[in-house]
Design a protein around this ligand. Structure first.
Ligand code: THU
Length: 146
């Protein structure tokens, strides 16, 4: 996994949290009624928001983290320096297993993942804590036939 660049500034974090918070009410979550907002800070200091987008065919739904990562990729972002997730739940809304893997495609194990509730940051994790021993491109052979 390639290295994650320098830690975000307080201003960047503020923008990251604001983007995640403002994405949440845009969620399309008529089946779960569980609205989630997320945001990703890219290697150029830009912030990309996302929300969950559910579907009547339930497995086709998209998590907020996945839609924020897609927005980053669309904007030309290459690396995730930090991720924020916001939901309103008594339990911490940590990214699901699939989203941990999706974040790992663009971030190293020291990438910060901020879990927010309605009143702000509840807990901060590193991606390495959330996804120990993750699978990555380094596992794939250079020769695609092997
Ligand atoms: N969800 C997210 O968008 N992100 C998370 O970190 C956890 C779960 C969504 C998926 C689904 O639309 C709803 O929350 C309930 O699982």
């Amino acid at each position: 996994m390639p290295k994650t660049p320098a830690a975000p500034t307080p201003e960047q974090l503020k923008a990251l949290f604001r983007a995640a918070r403002s994405a949440r009410p845009r969620a399309h979550a008529p089946y779960s009624n569980f609205l989630v907002g997320a945001a990703v800070l890219d290697e150029r200091g830009r912030v990309h928001g996302g929300c969950n987008v559910e579907n009547a065919a339930y497995p086709q739904g998209l998590c907020a983290e996945a839609s924020a990562l897609a927005a980053m990729v669309l904007a030309g972002g290459k690396r995730a320096r930090a991720v924020a997730v916001v939901a309103a739940s008594p339990l911490l809304t940590t990214p699901c297993g699939g989203c941990r893997q999706k974040i790992a495609e663009f971030a190293g194990p020291d990438c910060a993942v901020y879990v927010l509730g309605p009143r702000g940051v509840r807990r901060t994790f590193t991606l390495g804590e959330l996804l120990p021993f993750g699978f990555g491109e380094g596992h794939l052979p250079a020769d695609p036939r092997r």
